[in-house]
Ligand binder design. Structure first.
Ligand SMILES: Nc1ncnc2c1ncn2[C@@H]1O[C@H](COP(=O)(O)OP(=O)(O)O)[C@@H](O)[C@H]1O
Ligand SMILES: [Mg+2]
Length: 266
């Protein structure tokens, strides 16, 4: 993988232009514009109801936008279904970890490898050797991802037995199984104890150093301050401000957007 320093700077990996989406007349996204540059850990913050999660939904293909464009890695992916967007290299995690609680950690990872083996019975019957090779390669990848995220110890445990922080790591692992270029993380340390939160931050840092790009929603502003540059502030379905954390924290427009809604300091 490329090292961080070899990643070209100022290359827009994701470009969101004038994106719009309403729910029952409420404008969740009101023409939001933003860019995520390759090789960054970009933060996305803003008061409750600002439209952050809806932005993730529309960018990742969970729901279609009603206006505007989503450009990713040189392609217009607007309105693409989530599986196709994932194949293009853009994957997201959820605020509440998903996955299959009764399956083991390994099984959960294997389910998210691209072109899962056994998905096509016809192919398995026609080319069993190729399917076995593919299965072996996927298992190897899953083991590497688990090791990478310190999940080897619990690899045969059901996902339901994991701690809150380990579930977040599994969620990140499932994203890594798709071999992405950009990962959208929705509150990666919400409900996680401080020790594991630090560990998750270190993983993100290390992955970035290898060329991964992240866009992160997180209410723990200390994590955003430590990890993210730039930080984008959304309010009322729009891009309000952007810069290093210290810059946006001192911006009166940002303070006003937060006032009376959510405690600014954390
Ligand atoms: N599925 C939905 N149905 C109705 N309203 C929604 C839905 N999802 C989001 N909204 C509304 O859209 C606005 C933005 O919500 P959201 O994207 O969740 O904001 P954030 O993640 O920044 O807190 C809010 O007013 C919210 O109530
Ligand atoms: Mg949200």
């Amino acid at each position: 993988m490329a090292t961080y320093d070899s990643v070209p700077r100022n290359v827009p990996l994701l470009e969101v232009r004038a994106l719009q989406r309403s729910f029952y007349g409420v404008r969740a996204l009101d023409g939001v514009d933003l860019v995520v540059e390759a090789g960054t850990i970009t933060g996305l913050i803003g008061p409750n109801g600002a439209g952050k999660t809806t932005l993730f939904h529309c960018v990742s293909g969970l729901i279609p936008p009603e206006g505007g464009r989503v450009l990713f890695d040189g392609r217009d992916v607007t309105g693409w279904r989530a599986d196709r967007v994932t194949q293009a290299g853009l994957v997201r995690t959820f605020q509440i970890a998903r996955g299959f609680p009764r399956l083991t950690v390994l099984e959960n990872l294997l389910l998210y490898g691209d072109g899962q083996p056994g998905e096509s019975l016809a192919r398995a019957i026609a080319r069993p050797a190729a399917v076995r090779r593919r299965e072996a390669a996927l298992t190897e990848r899953a083991l590497a991802v688990a090791q990478r995220l310190n999940l080897t110890r619990v690899i045969d445990d059901p996902a339901s037995d994991l701690s809150g922080g380990q579930k977040k790591l599994l969620e990140l692992g499932r994203a890594l199984m798709t071999d992405p270029k950009l990962i959208l993380l929705d509150e990666p340390i919400a409900g996680v104890n401080p020790t594991l939160a630090r560990e998750i931050a270190e993983h993100l840092h290390a992955l970035r150093a290898e060329g991964m790009t992240f866009l992160i929603i997180e209410h723990h502003l200390d994590l955003i301050a430590r990890l993210c540059r730039p930080v984008i502030v959304m309010a009322e379905g729009r891009h309000l401000a952007e810069g290093a954390f210290a810059e946006i924290a001192g911006d009166p427009r940002v303070q006003e957007a937060y006032m009376g809604r959510r405690r600014w300091a954390s």
